[in-house]
Ligand binder design. Structure first.
Ligand SMILES: Nc1ncnc2c1ncn2[C@@H]1O[C@H](COP(=O)(O)OP(=O)(O)O)[C@@H](O)[C@H]1O
Ligand SMILES: [Mg+2]
Length: 359
């Protein structure tokens, strides 16, 4: 297949990608974001934008639990990073009027880590475990009876004198969050009463997120300016919030501080975030498949090696949005790009053109 590209090619995109490790559009949290994120995190269902169906279901579950004066069932949220899983756990705690303890699976490496946190819980409290698919086997096994029947089995002594102590725990609610529901072990998944997937946000919803954040940060923004940022935020509130800060800096330095559509577009162009919200990594990935593998299918390991990213970043961070945007397809034999990706990158597939000229 021959290919005509109007501007870039894989090589130049790859060098851009390598030189541009700009995390502005990566949906994972970066350390510098933490305080900023906490300051703008919605605390109530009213402030939590979008995910309407999920919110409605949760409100009913919460009401019912309150009426029964019982803690909530254990909940599992899954979906790509930055869509509001941690935020939602906080909103639920607020709504239930209970305390939330936040931890993540990599912090629960030794048995005593998980035992310690379970024993510190008070009745009705919420335990939030982020990245729960990364929990090790021992921690999982400690968690099973704790989740199911609210007790801990502890062994003391050595060989012949070994004794098992059964320690009761107060009734608590576990909220787990993961970007990879498929990697959760079956027994752990089965112990969650409620499992929900978070969806990417629409442009309108992201524009609302952006206006809300602008309000909190005292940033002046027009409706069109909010939409311009929303369009390039990959359906992800974390990215929307990060972009508004960057655009606001640009507006302040280069203009009068107000974010209009033109100001937003100009500054996002400079950040090399295109009209689909793709950054150089995404474009590099698509171009690789088109130019080196005839559009695919090609295995994810091959893609990762060629663009110098790890498989996990590609699967968890790049792909979910490319799939949702209809630019990439997953097939049993690997990844394929869709015709929309050719159009978006301004690449003309000569085979298609040749065929057309035959008629
Ligand atoms: N529904 C929402 N409405 C408004 N802001 C949101 C919403 N969901 C997420 N955010 C914002 O996006 C950021 C990332 O959300 P977070 O809950 O940390 O995502 P996740 O845990 O899924 O990676 C937070 O700072 C939060 O303020
Ligand atoms: Mg989170």
């Amino acid at each position: 297949m021959s290919i005509i590209s109007d501007n870039n090619d894989f090589k130049s995109e790859k060098s851009l990608h390598k030189g541009n490790k700009n995390p502005v559009i990566k949906p994972e949290t970066i350390e510098a974001d933490k305080n900023f994120e906490n300051s703008i995190r919605p605390k109530s269902f009213d402030a939590y934008i979008g995910q309407t169906a999920l919110k409605e279901t949760l409100k009913i579950t919460i009401e019912a639990a309150k009426k029964r004066e019982q803690p909530l069932d254990h909940l599992l949220f899954y979906g790509p990073p930055g869509l509001g899983k941690t935020t939602l756990a906080g909103v639920i705690a607020e709504q239930m009027g209970v305390n939330i303890k936040i931890t993540s699976a990599p912090a629960l490496e030794r048995p005593r880590d998980i035992i310690g946190i379970l024993m510190s819980l008070k009745g009705g409290e919420i335990l939030f475990i982020d990245e729960i698919h990364r929990l090790n086997k021992v921690a999982e096994e400690i968690l099973y009876p704790a989740m199911e029947d609210f007790y801990l089995d502890m062994t003391t002594g050595k060989s012949q004198t070994v004794k098992t102590l059964r320690i009761p725990l107060p009734k608590f609610t576990l909220i787990g969050a993961t970007t990879k529901a498929g990697e959760l072990s079956g027994p752990l998944r089965d112990r969650f009463g409620i499992i929900h997937r978070l969806e990417f946000y629409t442009e309108d919803e992201l524009a609302q997120v952006i206006k809300r954040t602008a309000g909190i940060l005292n940033i002046e923004i027009t409706e069109e300016g909010a939409h311009a940022i929303a369009r390039r935020s990959r359906g992800t509130p974390r990215i929307a919030n990060r972009l508004i800060k960057r655009v606001s800096d640009f507006a302040l330095v280069k203009h009068d501080g107000k974010i209009t559509e033109d100001v937003a577009n100009e500054s996002l162009d400079i950040l090399k975030i295109d009209t689909f919200g793709l950054d150089t990594t995404d474009r590099c990935l698509l171009r690789l498949i088109i130019e080196k593998y005839d559009g695919g299918p090609v295995g994810v390991e091959t893609i990762a090696a060629a663009i110098g990213e790890d498989v996990r970043t590609i699967e968890d961070v790049c792909e979910p949005y490319l799939l949702q945007a209809g630019l990439l397809q997953r097939t049993p034999r690997g990844r394929k790009v869709s015709p929309a990706a050719y159009r978006h990158l301004g690449i003309i597939d000569m085979d298609i053109n040749d065929q057309k000229s035959l008629f």
